[in-house]
Design a protein around this ligand. Structure first.
Ligand code: SAM
Length: 295
């Protein structure tokens, strides 16, 4: 099937028929069938010939073909074993693509970067399986992950949560992690018609450019206070309806009483009755610094 362009409904159906494939719901398989969106994702990722792209879930290789023409090389990690022979066929004209049959959440990204990108960070580009968007993003944002940018198709609602500001219903632990580790911008919205089969929800393409290792300095944090800040964030949004001081004292992994957190908050000029959903990233960081001095 060399030389075959996949970016149309007809070409996608032909591949599915040839290999007797049905899109697997449990793997979140919704294949892209719109050439315009494929181009927008590849161009919007900022990848060039000097980059190695890590693609999560190549499916039948539709986006992979476009990425292989955009970047120096592509490492594509696909969980579904049945798609591997399909990818060997559809990507046979693209020798700069390596397909790996693995669950991305179990893959050792550092090892992949040493082996396929000379130890340099990847640009991640993907039409993500929606059932595990949040764990994948959290993993890619992790401090040590060799990733410089993440350009992904996700549910529109999740993209909005990533950009949400304090005091809104969408604001939560995901917003804070994304905003701490990266600068986020939505590149485009995508209608259901661009996929086969059609998903139930609308989608967006979002690009996250990771801040470098000096991010802690922006908030005067150390490794310990950074960990404490994420502990406070987790406690705050696990018990969103409670005051922050109560949520913190109820969290078994945090050693602070309601009074201690209340005092720290009033010392910062905030109400001791405030809920976590009202605090900005800078305020969570400041609270972690104040509380760390109590231990
Ligand atoms: N990239 C293709 C496209 O745009 O047409 C397919 C995208 S489809 C939304 C998501 C892909 O991710 C599927 O191929 C699915 O099998 C794969 N996938 C699901 N869970 C995965 C995991 N944990 N690790 C790697 N790939 C996964």
């Amino acid at each position: 099937m060399g030389g075959y362009r996949l970016s149309s409904p007809g070409a996608t159906l032909a591949v599915m028929e040839k290999y007797n494939l049905t899109a697997r719901k449990r793997y979140g398989q919704n294949f892209l069938i719109d050439a315009n969106i494929l181009r927008k994702i590849a161009e919007g990722s900022g990848a060039g010939k000097e980059d190695t792209i890590l693609e999560i879930g190549p499916g039948i290789g539709t986006l992979t073909q476009v990425l292989a023409e955009t970047a120096g090389s592509v490492v594509a990690v696909e969980i579904d074993r049945d798609l591997i022979p399909v990818l060997e066929d559809t990507l046979s004209d693209h020798p700069n693509v390596t397909v790996i049959n693995e669950d991305i959440l179990k893959a050792d990204l550092s090892e992949l970067s040493v082996r396929y990108a000379g130890g340099r960070p990847f640009r991640v580009v993907a039409n993500l399986p929606y059932y595990i968007t949040t764990p994948i993003i959290m993993e890619l944002l992790r401090k040590e992950a060799p990733v410089s940018s993440i350009t992904v198709m996700i549910q529109k609602e999740v993209a909005e949560r990533m950009q949400a500001q304090p005091g809104t219903k969408d604001y939560g632990a995901l917003s804070l992690a994304v905003q701490y580790y990266s600068e986020a911008r939505i590149l485009t919205e995508v209608s259901k018609e661009c996929f086969l089969p059609r998903p139930k929800v609308d989608s967006s393409v979002i690009r996250l450019d990771r801040y470098g290792a000096l991010r802690r300095e922006d908030f005067s944090l150390t490794e310990d206070t950074e960990n404490l800040m994420f502990g406070l964030i987790r406690a705050a949004f696990n018990q969103r309806r409670k005051t922050l001081a109560n949520a913190v004292s109820n969290d078994a992994s945090l050693p602070f009483s309601r009074e201690e957190t209340g005092e720290a908050l009033t010392g910062m000029g905030l109400s001791e009755m405030i809920r976590g959903e009202k605090l900005s990233l800078a305020e969570f960081a400041a609270l972690a610094i104040v509380l760390s001095k109590k231990r």
